[in-house]
Design a protein around this ligand. Structure first.
Ligand code: G3H
Ligand code: ZN
Length: 280
């Protein structure tokens, strides 16, 4: 079933679990994510990063997802991840995306708030959900989102409350110590800050940088208002490691490798789906 993520977020926040938001880059990653949701009986967010537009355009991404989601008995939301370009966001809304992330986190607070408010008005009029971000994440190793000059700026609880109140955003991505990519050192996940943000905001929060985050920390975040958790790097790393191992032994037809890659995507996505709904 093809949907936006508003109800997904409300249900997850109320019942203290998180919905996995898994990045996809080609047909096999998309199909693996949707099949993992169907086989676990859990909602999934198929997250398409704006950076992958070089491979798949927005209309094709929406058409592919709709066909696969409509055949699935599970709830699937197609989400545009990390987009700073308001025109691209409007094109994604027109293409039929279920949700969009306007990433104004690098802008001054007032400008991020104003842009997000404008996008929420447009998106909500089209029954499309909106995620925004306040604070910013450092980039870890092998990150496909961040860059070396990404600075870690923790989200301020009072500013987060004002931001959500003024924009009516469906979910707010926060920065509390996770990184995009794999951790270079010991993760320092500030659940104390998250607790203050959740108490101030009182609505669904999003954790970026899911890959490599210790499972006990993920569960601690879920019990403190995180209703959506993004995973990208680990999906690629897991599938590429298995692909390399396979290619050392054999040289299969590409169609055979594609099916195996879809199964490897399902393995890592199912691991996170089960973890995210394991109430803390
Ligand atoms: O937006 C995507 C996620 O934040 C990806 O983070 O690559 O650390 O899992 P990750
Ligand atoms: Zn992210």
């Amino acid at each position: 079933m093809y949907t936006n993520f508003h109800k997904m977020m409300e249900d997850a926040y109320r019942e203290h679990y998180a919905v996995g938001s898994f990045n996809w880059y080609h047909y096999e990653t998309l199909k693996g994510i949707i099949e993992a949701g169907e086989e676990t009986g859990r909602p999934v967010i198929a997250s398409f990063g704006a950076k992958y537009l070089t491979n798949i355009d927005l209309d094709t991404a929406a058409a592919l997802t709709k066909v696969l989601a409509d055949r699935s008995c599970g709830a699937v939301c197609l989400h545009l991840d990390h987009c700073k370009d308001k025109d691209a966001i409007i094109r994604a809304i027109r293409a039929g995306f279920g949700s969009v992330m306007y990433d104004g986190s690098s802008l001054p607070f007032e400008q991020n708030l104003e842009n997000t408010r404008e996008i929420c008005e447009i998106a909500h009029a089209c029954d499309v959900s909106v995620e925004a971000e306040l604070g910013s994440l450092a980039a870890g190793a092998k990150s496909h989102e961040g860059s070396a000059d990404d600075r870690e700026v923790y989200t301020d609880p009072a500013m987060a409350a004002e931001f959500v109140r003024e924009t009516k955003v469906d979910a707010l991505a926060v920065s509390i110590g996770t990184v995009h990519g794999m951790y270079k050192g010991t993760p320092n996940i500030r659940t104390d800050i998250l607790e203050k943000i959740n108490a101030a905001v009182g609505s669904p929060l999003v954790l970026h940088g899911g890959s490599g985050t210790p499972e006990d920390k993920l569960l601690a975040c879920i019990s403190r208002g995180i209703a959506k958790i993004n995973v990208n790097t680990e999906i690629s790393e897991y599938v590429m490691a298995h692909t390399k191992a396979l290619l050392q032994e054999q040289s299969p037809h590409l169609s055979v490798l594609a099916l195996k890659q879809k199964e490897w995507v399902k393995e890592v996505v199912k691991k996170y789906i089960e973890l995210f709904c394991n109430r803390a």
